[in-house]
Write a protein that binds this ligand. Structure first.
Ligand SMILES: Nc1ncnc2c1ncn2[C@@H]1O[C@H](COP(=O)(O)OP(=O)(O)OP(=O)(O)O)[C@@H](O)[C@H]1O
Ligand SMILES: [Mg+2]
Length: 472
């Protein structure tokens, strides 16, 4: 058996109210935000005001032309009255029959009506227009002197036909205008939709973009002119965001990877210590040394990571001051000579200059290059530190006779976590962050780095810094 649905009358009303509310919200939302709607309304206003203007101008021209024609006619009639009529023939009124579209009223010099071919309600003197029984009249009065007598002759022209023609003309123009305007508005709305479609596409695409599909791009083909430029600009921006996002992800995964090794070494030695180390002095010593080494390694890595993070967040502050560069370079050469004795360090720091620098950062940069030169140069090799003034630029060069870098790898040595194959195999320590940090610091000083290297022969890293004032 079919169940009967029972409606309460209030339910029906509420549903209807909800429906109407929804509909109105939908419509008002669309109307409010649709540029296309706003453009159409503007078109509509412009077109209909121009239609109104056209009607007004047509009416004005037509009326002026008609009245001018009537006045010409009336002038001819008055001319004929003056020249051909006598007081008796004038007052008889027979002459007016020659002009079928005219009526006449004649007054004597005391303005008393002495002849009229119709009962006129209006007694105005000047030109006037009025409608009687759906018939339109235009009247004009003139003074006529025949013999000794003065008369006032009022000629009234029936202008119903020209007025009907005018009405017909205005209606025709109005209909043509309505058809034309509707056509323009419809075409315009269609064109608007086409022009604005790319904006809808852009909105839809950008709404769909999240961290999981950063590779989505706006379809540039559909857009034209400025919208094409906008779409291209958004796509470029998305490209930059995508690159930065993946770089960041790569950075996090590389950093985690780098931290995994020392952590597992530390864990391994901790296990070793807990099993055998308490009794075995040798194991104890080895473990302590390894733990110290790994924790130093980890500290170094964490400090480098923190530096990069601070730099990326732009919270790293430089403390710039005018500094004698020669002193710093000599100090660092001395420091390196003291901490290692396997390489010959040559001091070729010829010139001095005052440069605006963050002292600690620039020391860090030189240490990075010196550390690399020591690390990647076999024992007995030579490391030279040069300091030379070239016009208003100070050049610092750290060269070595080490393993060198191949041409392909040279392009990547400044990338974060990049290490050449050779260095990974032969020298284990290092995170591939030193040169990336050096590059950031030198750039922050407005300087440049240049590298020259040959595999098996050695490398030279040059830093160019602008001087503040040259010391003689
Ligand atoms: N003087 C050099 N001679 C040969 N190769 C070098 C030299 N300097 C840098 N490199 C290569 O460039 C890579 C990147 O150097 P970078 O200083 O950034 O990292 P790292 O020395 O490996 O580690 P760390 O973060 O501890 O400095 C090195 O791994 C090495 O392969
Ligand atoms: Mg290094």
């Amino acid at each position: 058996m079919k169940k009967k649905r029972i409606f309460k009358s209030s339910d029906g009303v509420n549903n209807l109210v909800d429906l109407v509310h929804g509909f109105l919200r939908n419509i008002s939302g669309k109307l409010k935000f649709s540029i296309s709607y706003k453009i159409s309304v503007t078109y509509f206003k412009l077109l209909f005001s121009s239609t109104f203007l056209i009607l007004l101008i047509t009416m004005g021209i037509y009326l002026v032309a008609t009245i001018w024609g009537i006045k010409q006619e009336q002038d001819i009639i008055f001319h004929e009255i003056n020249n051909n009529l006598t007081p008796t023939t004038l007052v008889s009124g027979d002459w007016i029959e020659k002009y079928p579209s005219y009526n006449v009223i004649i007054y004597n010099d005391k303005k008393q009506m002495i002849y009229s071919d119709y009962e006129w309600p209006i007694q105005a003197d000047g030109p006037y227009y009025y409608v009687e029984d759906n018939v339109h009249y235009f009247g004009r009065q003139n003074k006529v002197i025949l013999g000794e007598q003065t008369y006032y002759v009022k000629l009234l022209k029936n202008i119903s036909t020209p007025m009907k023609r005018l009405a017909l003309l205005l209606i025709s123009i109005f209909i043509v205008e309505i058809i034309r305007n509707t056509h323009i508005i419809r075409k315009g709305a269609k064109l608007n939709k086409q022009v604005l479609k790319p904006i809808q596409d852009m909105t839809a695409t950008t709404q769909a973009i999240s961290e999981y599909n950063l590779n989505l791009r706006i379809n540039v083909e559909g857009a034209k002119y400025e919208l094409k430029d906008l779409a291209k600009t958004i796509n470029h921006m998305l490209e930059r965001i995508e690159t930065a996002y993946y770089k960041q992800q790569q950075f996090v995964s590389d950093a985690s990877h780098e931290l995994r090794t020392p952590i597992s070494v530390i864990k391994g030695y901790a296990n070793l210590l807990s099993r055998w180390g308490k009794e075995d002095k040798e194991v104890l010593d080895e473990s302590i040394a390894a733990l110290q080494n790994e924790s130093d390694n980890m500290q170094d890595l964490v400090e480098k990571l923190l530096f990069l993070a601070r730099h990326d967040k732009q919270t790293h502050k430089m403390n710039m001051e005018a500094i004698h560069i020669q002193g710093i370079l000599k100090e660092l050469v001395k420091e390196t000579t003291m901490i290692q004795n396997k390489h010959e360090i040559i001091d070729d720091i010829q010139d001095d200059a005052i440069i605006l620098l963050d002292k600690n950062s620039i020391k860090q940069v030189i240490r990075i290059f010196m550390d690399n030169a020591v690390k990647y140069t076999p024992d007995g090799g030579t490391i030279t530190v040069k300091g030379k003034l070239e016009a208003d630029t100070y050049m610092i060069a750290i060269s070595d006779t080490g393993m060198g870098i191949s041409k392909d790898e040279l392009k990547r040595v400044f990338d974060r976590f990049y290490r050449t194959d050779d260095s990974r195999h032969k020298i284990k320590s290092g995170h591939g962050l030193g040169l990336a940090i050096a590059k950031l610091i030198v750039s922050a000083h407005g300087g440049k780095i240049k590298v020259r290297s040959r595999v098996g022969e050695g490398s030279e890293f040059r830093i160019y810094l602008k001087c503040k004032r040259v010391e003689s």
